[in-house]
Design a protein around this ligand. Structure first.
Ligand code: F6P
Length: 327
């Protein structure tokens, strides 16, 4: 008698953690369980895949995790995985564990790693985009981005009170080494006077002139949101440059890793739930080498190569509005 082969799937989280990663793991594990698929979780991202460090996952392994930031599987950035030897070793470990598929949850670098691994392993590989930076192509938002923006806006609301009370200028630095999604949206939602992001080139002199014209129009305090990846430097550097132009004191707040932590918003939990379950469904349909995403309300797949290499555009309407609304 022919015995039915049970499908085995692995999941891992890699790169910078993002709120909602746990909700995505939970969704993958429980959806897989619903279809009778066994799931295991590699620990510390690609590092665990190379070291063959994993845990078996069942519905109870993911209890009480939907609201938690971080990742129960831990994460890391793994240089060895970028080498041919590392990729071969990872492929061998996947074979040795009789796995049919791997779902990776992470950002741009994770997605690229998954694409490279596909050259060495014949199993199915799917990506679930999760990074606060929102810089994965093929999905309107990545898991964790909404929470990070809300964390930034909550901080700005508090800063605004003290900026107003003391009639001061504040420079608030947000994350996003190569992408200005957080900077733009935090700037818009926080009512910032100006934003400085990698995608928008503007000189310190322009910012200085904008602040001066604000003062002429009666503004007593101002908030500038700066992406850590802006070409003019970080907020501390920019504060020094502005001071050298106008002699003013600028208070600097670097939000840093606070944006990576915390309980995911309902939006991120729902997106993570949808994308995790969708990835399992697509695995069952035999799909591979793709990144799950949600665009204009529809669940979609994008080839891995495009997902990590194609530049996602910022919302041009918001970019146009910022200077108009901050007058
Ligand atoms: O995960 C994305 C991100 O938070 C970027 O916004 C930031 O530049 C980077 O990771 C920081 O990484 P690390 O915590 O490894 O220094």
């Amino acid at each position: 008698m022919k015995t039915k082969q049970i499908k085995r799937l692995a999941v891992l989280t890699s790169g910078g953690d993002a709120p909602g990663m746990n909700a995505a793991i939970r969704s993958v594990v429980r959806m897989a369980n619903c279809y009778g698929i066994e799931t295991l979780g590699f620990l510390r991202g690609y590092h665990g895949l190379l070291e063959n460090e994993f845990v078996e996952l069942g519905p109870r392994s993911v209890s009480n995790t939907i609201h938690r930031g971080g990742t129960i599987l831990k994460t890391s950035r793994c240089k060895e995985f970028e080498t041919k030897e590392g990729l071969k070793k990872a492929a061998q470990n996947l074979e040795d564990n009789n796995l049919h598929g791997l779902i990776v949850i992470g950002g741009n670098g994770t997605c690229r790693g998954a694409y490279e691994l596909g050259k060495f392993w014949k199993g199915q590989i799917l990506n679930v985009p999760s990074t606060i930076d929102n810089d994965v192509y093929g999905t309107d938002a990545t898991i964790g981005y909404d929470t990070a923006v809300n964390t930034g806006v909550a901080a700005i609301d508090k800063i605004r009170d003290t900026a107003d009370a003391h009639e001061r200028f504040f420079l608030v630095e947000v994350m996003g080494r190569k992408a200005g999604f957080i900077g733009l949206n935090v700037g818009i939602a926080g009512g910032a006077e100006e934003i400085m992001i990698p995608e928008k080139k503007q000189s310190i002199e322009t910012i200085h002139r904008h602040l001066c014209s604000g003062e002429e129009k009666g503004k007593k305090s101002s908030i500038i949101v700066i992406s850590e990846g802006d070409e003019a430097g970080g907020a501390l550097e920019i504060a020094k440059k502005l001071k050298s132009l106008n002699g003013c004191e600028y208070k600097v707040v670097v939000l840093g890793h606070t944006q990576r932590g915390g309980s995911p918003t309902a939006h991120d939990r729902i997106l993570a739930t949808e994308l995790g379950a969708f990835a399992v469904e697509q695995f069952l349909k035999g799909k591979s080498g793709v990144s799950a995403g949600k665009r204009a309300g529809k669940l979609v797949l994008t080839p891995l190569k495009l997902a990590w290499s194609k530049k996602k555009s910022l919302n041009p309407f918001l970019l146009k509005l910022l200077p108009i609304l901050s007058t």
